[in-house]
Design a protein around this ligand. Sequence first.
Ligand SMILES: Nc1ncnc2c1ncn2[C@@H]1O[C@H](COP(=O)(O)OS(=O)(=O)O)[C@@H](OP(=O)(O)O)[C@H]1O
Length: 498
Amino acid sequence: MGSLVSRRPDTRSSAAALVLTAAILLLAAYSALRPSSTPPGMPNHVRVQLQLDTGGSGAVLEAEGEQEQVQAVLEAARAEGSEGDASMLRQQQAVEQQLQEVEESGARQQQQQQQGAATQQQEVKQQQQQQGAATQQQEVKQQQQQQEPSKQQAGAGAPQRWAVLSKPPVGQAKSAAQRSAEFAHFVSQCYYTADPFACLSRQADVEPGPGQFRFPHFMVVGFQKCATTSLFHHLSGHPQIQNPGNKEPEFYTRTCAYNAMRCMKMDQRDYLREILSFKEAGKKNFTVAGFEGSTHYVLEGRWLAAQLHDLFPWLKIVVSMREPISQAIAMIFHNIEHNRTPPCYTENNNKIYKCVLEDLDYESNYARAMRPWLKHFPLEQVHMVQYENITSGEGMAPALRGIKRFLGIKPALPDDDLGLYNFRHQRKHKQGWRMTRAQYLDLVAKARRNAQDVAALVRQGGWADADGWVENWEKAWQQNLDESCEPEQDGICMIKVT
Ligand SMILES: Nc1ncnc2c1ncn2[C@@H]1O[C@H](COP(=O)(O)OS(=O)(=O)O)[C@@H](OP(=O)(O)O)[C@H]1O
């Protein structure tokens, strides 16, 4: 005999009463379909789970066990409810229509049995079809509900997500439609739960249907000044990607104060809605990939990588890297423009050199920043791209397609041109950045060690041609030495960035 569970936090409302009535009717119809003697391996065992979204309470009723016991639990729960109103009546009619369809297919099945034509195998097949039909109806209903999120939130006249009524799977896989509906339903309701992040984490146990993405699907985490804004817009325009609210929310660092796991529930909901465009993705049945881009995340890997992986273990991580001296210069200039002049930027003639030298050990030391991410995320969930590849030359189209292939979206869309966003000193500092040749050689020596560490990681992950990666940067250094520097050691260079 099976176990019996009943939780009824809110069965006194008319909505609850209606759903229970519907469930009992469906249960009765289901019992009419069962053969008179239950075949081996198909015990007289049913499971009913009702989500009674009445007034936003998220009440759930579950009953599992012998059919008669489950029916008794549902009857008792119904007795506690009150009568439904007009809007509930319309929903009852929809439920009754579904019931009628189940009854009709049951009658067809009985006829076949009488004719001796229905073998046990056919019977199982028909049950699968019935479950498929019921799931399709549920899917339509869930889509309707997703189109009315404000109503659900307000609670007034809230539609019910009513029933997952099924016999436990008899060794057969769920249909694609069933998986899609169940996955979309599971993820959608997370927004309304007391702990949205904890709920979203549990989608790891729910299989998405064809074309669906777990939510969120990926993040562009850095590095600063590596064309992440262009990449963000390029990806946002893809039809299989949900356009996020804005770039650089720095949610986990700023709002959650470095503790993603303890982030306030209200903040979580705001983040889902305002940044990740959760509701828009829900309306598209999660057939679009949700993402955000915050370039400081990559530098916070020591605490953030583990926390993000705990929260969203399926998450994919995209990282762009630029020739380190150019990246450091662009970042320093960006900070100066925003009145954040670094203390290293003091000496009149050699100011940029000293700052870059420091940054190459920290913010522009890519391998150092990447190690925690690679410790917590499997290689197949991380994708490293080279800025010089995605922004120009022959590597551009394959590199952009590679990102989309990694994300599991159509690789050729929207197109293979990155676009140019967020450019600063490329326009304003065409003459280059002043330092001596000896100083530049000093920076190159440090950047080269950085490049070799990065190449080792690229080789390990197989994201690109690791040797080609180093060659791209070597080419940039050599070009500056040849074209922008006087030949003497103390000669002046006007360094151009990539
Ligand atoms: N398509 C294309 N081709 C060449 N260069 C490009 C392109 N898109 C962006 N960029 C350059 O990338 C720099 C901005 O990077 P980010 O958007 O990541 O900056 S930020 O950290 O988000 O502020 C910024 O570099 P700087 O101009 O050196 O500052 C942009 O000019």
